[in-house]
Each structure stands twice: as C-alpha cells, then as structure tokens.
Design a binder for this molecule. Sequence first.
Ligand code: CA
Length: 372
Amino acid sequence: MVVRSVQAIFLSVLLSIGDVSWGADSRVKLQPLFPGKHFSAPVALIQRPDGNWYLVEQTGVVQLLDSAGNSQVALDITNRVRYGGERGLLDLALHPEFQRNGRVFLSYTTERGGQLVSVISELNSLDQGRGLDRASEREILTVGQPYGNHNGGHIAFGPDGYLYIGLGDGGSAGDPQGNGQNRLTLLGALLRLDVDTKAGKPYVIPSDNPFIRGGGRPELFAWGLRNPWRWSFDALTGDLWLADVGQDDWEEVNLIRKGGNYGWNIREGAHCYKGENCRQEDLIPPVAEYSHDLGCSVTGGFVYRGKAIPDLKGLYLYGDFCSGRIWGVRVGEAAQLLLASGKRISSFAQDRDNELYVLDYGKGEVFRITTR
Ligand SMILES: [Ca+2]
C-alpha cells in the first residue's frame, strides 16, 4: 500500500504539471503539433496522402487540418452519433486508394430502438476530401452492443487491402455474456472484410479468413479480446500489434495471428482471470503486459519506423490513458519506459514519414514524439 500511495502522489504531481517531460530516464519528449489548438475529445488522427490531417472528435466531428494548424470541419455527424463514455465517433480510415476514389470509412456508436449499435459505414469525399459528404453515407456493418462500454471501434486497412475492425466484448465487467470466447458473435474480436466488392454487397469475406468454412463467424480474423483500443500494422513488416484493455489487474499488448485466440475472459494478460488455474493451451499470451500499479487502460501505438529518433527503431510504442506513461517493446524483450507524460493518451498517430504522435484527451492537444 505504501508503494501504491507513493505512486499515487507521483502520478498526481505528474498530472498537475503535465507539460513537463519528467524524469532523468525520459528518452523522448512531446512537442505540440498544432500549437494553441484544443480539440474536443480527440480519439484519432489520420494523415492524408497530401499531408493534411483528419482529426476525429468523439462527439461526431471530423476536423481537416493543414500543416500550419488551420482547421475546418470536414464532417459533422453529431446528430447520428451516441456520444459519452466509450461511445461516440471512434475512428476514421482512408481506403488504400483514397487519392483516386475518395472513399472514407467511419466507425461510431448510435442508438436504434433503444439499443446501442456499432456502425461501420462508408462515405465519399468532396473536393479531394476537403468536405466529407454526409448524404453519401452507406452502412457496411452494424453490431448490437449489449452495454455502453467496451465498444472497441478502431478500423484500419491492412497491407493486404482488407478492412480490419476491432470490437470489444460488449461491455459491463468480466464479460458476463461470454462474448470473448464465443466465435459465433462478432463481439470480442478482430474482424477482416473485403470492401472492394463489385456485386453491390457492402462486403464479402476474404477467401482465407480463418472460419470461412465453419467453426465461427466468417468475419472473424482473431478472437478472445476484451476491448481492443488501438492497433496497427508495422509499416516495415506488416505485423499486426494490438493493445487489449484489461479488467482489474493487467493491461496487454498482443501480436495478432490469423485465427488466434487471445484468451479473454479465461485470462487477463498472461494470468488466469479468475482462480489460480485456468486453461492455457491454445490461448496466445501477450507480448507485453503491465499491472494496474502503472496505469489503468492501455492505448496501442505503432512500431517506430521513422528516422528522427534512431534510438527507437523497431520498438512498438504504446501508452496508458490514466498514467500517461509511454513504453516501447520488442518481441522477447522487456518493455522500456520512454516517458511519463502525464497526458491522457487516447490514441497514437503515424505520419507519411512514419514519425509518431500522441493525442491527449485531457486538454485536447496533439503532440509529436521527438528526441529529448
Ligand atoms: Ca489476452
């Protein structure tokens, strides 16, 4: 308890002087990307091929920003979005051929007939994306959410050109419906869809999805997840790194394999979730984990493939929403603390040069990760 209270004091000091890069062992620092700009509940930042940015506000707004920080509202769907807590507009993804076809994908929660629903939809950009056309929205997939939390919501295209979608276990606590281990639900899983269909269908199943011939929903790519909050493909190798938010004790980082079962709610991190003994075989353990002494909710980042910080090359960066700590890890090695930032890290972002950024949910700011 003594250790815990000392950490609590340390943390409160950090949070109160959050702009200071803290500690002699800090290996990076944060530099404002858009000085003076404060966004409302920022949860995602995506750079367009032309260098401009889309910043996603959880309330239901997408801001378009140029490199000088000039912003304009590209999309406002606040009237379609159910916002609050872990609900809201949660992500945006650009089609790999965005420059040619202007296709933009959204992920958000809404309410229908009194029930919370996750929506994955697509719309077209106008004027090379200066505006996103609300009227062109068409739905790709909807998934009912039994509780308000653990909605996942991250979407991204893989190097294979398919759309990946992360969904949480449906919520509450402890996964009362057992969705994580149920391959017949889309909840608690990472999905993979082919959205380049010509037959008028919103999507088709990629021919090598693991359950295309049975054994589970064919949309599933990996399963046994609790609440995947931010994941990414290594820009060099294509490896898929995913952060899965823990329940009571352990936050985890996973390297995702096709068809893999990541253990929830049998295990939390590398530990049995309840009791001392649990099934271990066929459950893929995390690459890294940390206890709730060091944070409370993991936010996944990216493998650093930029040039500005050679020291970080090949490290997977991730952070914690509550403590603001940022770590780096390589497979088979211990995680390294890079910075105790004091920020409420809601997301990381990667630019065209593979340099990395963090979003601070607390003050609504965006920071570039730089050398000390
Ligand atoms: Ca797990």
